[in-house]
Ligand binder design. Sequence first.
Ligand code: 13P
Length: 248
Amino acid sequence: GRKFFVGGNWKCNGSTEEVKKIVASLNAAQVPSQDVVEVVVSPPYVFLPLVKEFLRPDFHVAAQNCWVKKGGAYTGEVSAEMLVDLSVPWVILGHSERRALLNESSEFVGDKVAYALSKGLKVIACIGETLEQREAGTTVDVVAAQTKAIAEKISDWTNVVLAYEPVWAIGTGKVASPAQAQEVHVELRKWLKANVSADVAASTRIIYGGSVNGGNCKELASQPDLDGFLVGGASLKPEFIDIIKSAE
Ligand code: 13P
């Protein structure tokens, strides 16, 4: 079985004080056990040591990005090796905000995923279509091409979670309907079966992100091919606990 996965992407938010408050509220929460749900929160780099120090041991942390190869003369970047050094187990790669605002290409994201995995990190790899692409009817082609750019660079999918995040749903309050999300997840699993392997298609978790909140998570979570969430705005709020509970 694919264990339910709930990620909280804090994006570029928080202060020392706010981070301590969020961690304290997570630590006090009654949630399903680690056998039922894997919970990973992703603060900005500078807060990773603080969060790691105080976060309950059954929750884990992710960085929001890392460099595409070994560190060196790359001002402003953080390497996969540094995350490993800090015992940060996860990294989010290919988020649509980075693809759009920082021009990260699918090929670059594929290289990043491969390098991070080679250093022992686990990867939340993000894909998703824009509104324009959805309206043009190219959603499946777009997410398949983004997945292909990753599949071409890796052979072992054990440590990959695929996050389907339609760009039009991110931070907009316009959540994909359960049927819309399920449909794309099914297509992604078909793509993996045809192009990687039946085993990878069956075992890889495909999670949904985009305006997930405490009110809409239950119905989304009931979709058979939806294996969890990557939550933005609501991951900074108490309702993140309700989203974790939707695993049951
Ligand atoms: P929102 O939940 O704020 O829409 O963001 C989703 C997201 O981008 C998670 O990575």
